[in-house]
Ligand binder design. Structure first.
Ligand code: NDP
Ligand code: 8X3
Length: 400
């Protein structure tokens, strides 16, 4: 099996450990990596070999680094990097950072010499608490906090996403129209997680305002890694011959044009940096039209098409594009907004358990936290009692 990287890898290990044929082992390790460059374990083992057999610290560090790039939670590789940086490579700050990461991921791992360094270096402690799961293609510093721009962060899915991402160590730009809510959320996340937050008053329908806001981002907030296009709404539920034109305009302007304006403003930076991830919050309404859902469904079908188009256009730049398509979701104001704040009409989740905004936020997190070579194209999810747009098993809320 000439294409079987694992066979080459095993042969290399045997040549190294049992036969002591270092040169030959080296060849086989390189062949294994040629065949499976995305295997963090191979990089790790080859790096150990380079150190033990040839004392090649610099080259070994390259492969340890590749291992943690491919798998940010590879604690042993972080530990080895820490040892190298503390020793031959003489980069104490990096040593502290990688040791802190190794310990955060696997507290059992210890190195007495490095223990002292970690205790005396507060930035190391900070790195230890940082979530390492988001690994974007092209991201060179594995411990840098990822910067995420969330639209529609004042409520529902956007707010839940902001909370999950803040808890997991992301820096956040939170955008929406209700400034008081933005400030309250920013305060909450700063207090609870010590998060770094920038709030942005933004109406995504206003193309000029979107362009200006993005162009005026302070220096430290310009390199957006992830855009979550979440701002969106349904207005009304009427047959096509009775729909309100104003409702149609609002939905099209927000869900389609707004999403496009923000993407157009943010994507060029991602392309220039060859790094990024765009998450489009779509809907099961993008998959299936339901009676009276006409224009809302049309906007979400458009989001679906845009998601695919973006993926084609941005794929050459190593930018990931994902659609998250939930069914009915509570802990949101979606129904209240759809029915013009009529709380009676908005009681649509009383006899079944729909998704909650937090479930959707976890789906966003899942897409973001895949290894760099994986693009989640789409996640379609709904409550267990919802089988389609129109088939909902309304058997009460006590089932789960
Ligand atoms: P919410 O009403 O709870 O949240 C909508 C968010 O969008 C708010 O933060 C609102 O902020 C923001 N928003 C609306 N219009 C604008 C605008 N013009 N400019 C900037 N921000 C705006 O609803 P959801 O959380 O449910 O909705 C979020 C997304 O999820 C939408 O795209 C929706 O279509 C989609 N979705 C919802 C489902 C559900 O059942 N709830 C299911 C499937 C998809 P503000 O008013 O402060 O500007
Ligand atoms: C929201 C879900 O079914 O109300 O997009 O359209 S639905």
């Amino acid at each position: 099996h000439p294409g079987d990287g694992d066979a080459y890898f095993k042969a290399a290990v045997l040549l190294d450990e049992k036969l002591g044929e270092k040169e030959k082992a080296s060849e086989y390790f390189r062949d294994a990596l040629y065949l499976e460059d995305l295997n963090p374990r191979y990089h790790f083992r080859y790096a150990r070999f380079l150190l033990d057999a040839f004392q090649k610290e610099k080259k070994a560090s390259k492969h340890f680094k590749r291992a943690v790039e491919l798998d940010g939670r590879f604690a042993e590789a972080h530990l080895e990097l820490a040892r190298l940086y503390a020793g031959e490579l003489e980069k104490p700050e990096k040593a502290v950072k990688h040791y802190a990461l190794a310990r955060a991921i696997n507290p059992v791992l210890r190195d007495e010499a490095l223990d002292g360094w970690l205790q005396s270096n507060p930035s190391g402690e900070k790195a230890a608490t940082r979530q390492q799961a988001i690994r974007l293609p092209g991201q060179t510093d594995p411990s840098a906090a990822v910067l995420v721009f969330v639209t529609g962060a004042t409520s529902g899915i956007g707010r839940a996403t902001a909370r999950v991402l803040a808890e997991r160590g992301c820096r956040l730009i939170l955008a929406a129209r209700r400034t008081d809510r933005l400030e309250a959320l920013a305060q909450e996340l700063k207090t609870e997680h010590g998060s770094d937050i920038l709030t942005l008053h933004l109406d995504v329908r206003n193309q000029r305002a979107v362009d200006e806001a993005v162009a005026a981002l302070p220096e430290a907030w310009r390199e957006v890694d992830v855009l979550v296009n979440n701002a969106g709404l349904a207005k009304g539920l009427s047959p096509i011959d009775q729909g309100e034109i104003e409702h149609w305009d609002t939905m099209i302007d927000t869900n389609v044009k707004g999403l496009l304006y923000v993407t157009r403003a943010v994507a060029p930076g991602m392309v220039a940096r060859k790094r990024g991830h765009i998450v489009n919050i779509s809907s099961t309404a993008a998959k299936e039209v339901y009676p009276k859902g006409n224009v809302y469904c049309a906007t979400k079908f458009a989001v679906d098409a845009l998601n695919r188009g973006m993926r084609m256009d941005l794929c050459p730049h190593h930018i990931r594009v994902t659609a998250i398509s939930p069914g009915h979701t509570e802990h949101t104001e979606f129904a209240l907004v759809r029915f013009d704040q009529d709380a009676e009409k908005a009681r649509i989740y009383e006899d079944f358990v729909p998704l909650q905004a937090e479930d959707v936020a976890e789906a966003v997190w899942f897409a973001l936290s895949r290894p760099p070579h994986v693009n989640i194209n789409e996640i379609v999810l709904s409550g267990t009692q919802q089988a389609s747009a129109t088939v909902i098993h309304r058997s009460g809320r006590g089932v789960f």
